[in-house]
Design a protein around this ligand. Structure first.
Ligand SMILES: Cc1cc2nc3c(=O)[nH]c(=O)nc-3n(C[C@H](O)[C@H](O)[C@H](O)COP(=O)(O)O)c2cc1C
Length: 319
């Protein structure tokens, strides 16, 4: 695919390769890494506006942000009320954020039942009000959605048109319907139809697991860029490889950096848990590492974690 900078509202992204918001993963250290690897954007994990309204500590932590030159801060908000979305978008919590991404794709039953996430795809007037309400903050506003609710009745193009009319500056489409959750081959054709229907940038997401599949998705959809999701947890270097960004650290060194950063901003328990999850993802395709999985999940201290990580990754990387 052609790697290029893209304009989103008043902003210019360093590349058209984006990193998805992933709850439990895209905390501050991971977003810094994605940026270093050449990602044009990396979103925070979804932050509930209702929880922010009550100043919930854990939710505020989701909005910790890197202070790097040329780093564009993008927060993803989850909510169903235009008033609360506007209130939070204009609030101190988002003061240093450049982009507000609205979650219109979360399929989880509790979220759906509360009229948030993917449920907004069923209520286009309310989804439009939310976009307009967030725009009142003066920030760039983007939307992340799916292809629809059910596999046999998808409507990504119609939804994309609504987003553009309401003022969205970019739309990311996960090529699966809500009913598919996270499995099955994405409907890239739906993304192609959406791209053809609007003039704002459209980013294709879902099931991209190699350079070849990124190229294929770009070709099939005509999208302006792609967004990596789960695969970038297994192999974050796919981002630097695709964008042609120089990054010379090994997976082991990267994990140690991530650990150090996580310890700086969060509690020790959080940092151990986070790096453990990253390591578990990184082990998926590394032969002979399965035997360490139990050990990895039993570590209780920083020293033990580093010891297990070196057993799993360091030796292999030196060979
Ligand atoms: C563990 C996990 C957490 C996720 N968290 C979010 C989230 O906070 N916000 C969001 O819009 N999508 C979230 N998603 C969806 C991803 O951003 C992405 O759309 C989806 O995984 C499809 O891309 P993939 O097939 O490349 O993984 C999450 C997915 C997973 C697996």
């Amino acid at each position: 695919m052609e790697i290029k900078k893209i304009h989103v509202g008043s902003l210019l992204l360093q590349s058209n390769v984006l990193m998805a918001p992933l709850a439990g993963y895209t905390c501050l250290p991971f977003r810094m890494l994605a940026h270093q690897l050449g990602a044009g954007l990396c979103f925070t994990e979804m932050a509930s506006v209702n929880a922010l309204k009550y100043k919930d500590r854990a939710t505020r932590q989701l909005l910790y942000r890197p202070e790097l030159p040329n780093y564009i801060n993008a927060a993803q908000l989850l909510g169903g009320s235009p008033y609360i979305m506007e209130y939070i978008a204009k609030s101190e919590f988002l003061k240093d954020y450049d982009i507000i991404d609205i979650n219109m794709g979360c399929p989880v039953p509790n979220v759906f039942k509360s009229g948030e996430g993917c449920a907004l795809m069923l209520d286009m007037p309310r989804a439009a009000s939310i976009i307009r309400a967030c725009k009142k903050s003066g920030k760039v506003v983007t939307v992340k959605c799916r292809t629809g609710i059910k596999e046999d009745a998808m409507f990504a193009a119609e939804f994309a048109r609504m987003c553009e009319d309401a003022g969205a500056d970019l739309i990311t489409i996960h090529g699966r319907s809500r009913s598919m959750m996270y499995d099955g081959i994405p409907y890239y054709e739906e993304i192609r139809l959406a791209k053809a229907a609007v003039s704002i940038p459209v980013i294709a997401n879902g099931g991209i697991h190699s350079i070849a599949s990124a190229n294929q998705v770009m070709e099939e959809t005509g999208a302006d860029g792609i967004m990596f999701g789960r695969y970038a947890l297994e192999n974050p270097f796919i981002i630097s490889k695709l964008t042609g960004t120089r990054y010379e650290k090994s997976f082991f060194e990267t994990l140690l950096d991530q650990f150090e950063l996580a310890l700086k901003f969060y509690t020790e328990t959080y940092a151990i848990n986070y790096v453990r999850k990253l390591a578990a993802n990184g082990m998926k395709k590394r032969k002979g590492t399965k035997k360490y999985k139990e050990q990895l999940y039993q570590v209780g201290s920083q020293e033990e974690l580093i010891e297990v990580l070196s057993l799993i990754f360091a030796e292999k990387e030196q060979n």
